[in-house]
Write a new protein. Sequence first.
Length: 178
Amino acid sequence: MYALRPERAVDYAEVEALLDLCFAPGRTALSSYRLREGVAPVPGLCLVLRDSFDVMVGAIRFWPVHVGDEDVLLLGPVAVHPTAQGEGLGGLLIREGLERAEMQGWSRVMLVGDEPYYRRFGFRKLEHVQMPPPTNPDRVLGLELEPGAWAGVEGPVTRDTSDNEAANQAWRSLGGRG
């Protein structure tokens, strides 16, 4: 039995430890992390999954970014503890996160990942969207939560520099840097 809920302040250190466990030590050097620096994740979309012993077995985060002048939701990272991988928990986190994103009014989502895996959720290669280097363009994927949401959206992906000081300050108080 698993419990899925929004990430809270008390979860921050455990989420970071899970991400360190699941990804290479240099994960924060990736271009997607540069887009997150100084920006708070989207409230209500960052989720954690705990097992019946209250051990964190999964987490997902979403971040606001821009492509051209358009608001876009950046999915990632998503992580599942190695002892729980292969149980469909990553898919559960992704589907739940996307459903919540749609309910919040987001129309498009992007990520950097393997298309064969993310295709099952509806993600496709974005031809005219450029992540900061050295991202492989074949790994830049998008999903429309509203039909036609990616039509005409192109250009470089940039940080969301909008003034959401309350969310950013709360994120920094947890130790968040992106």
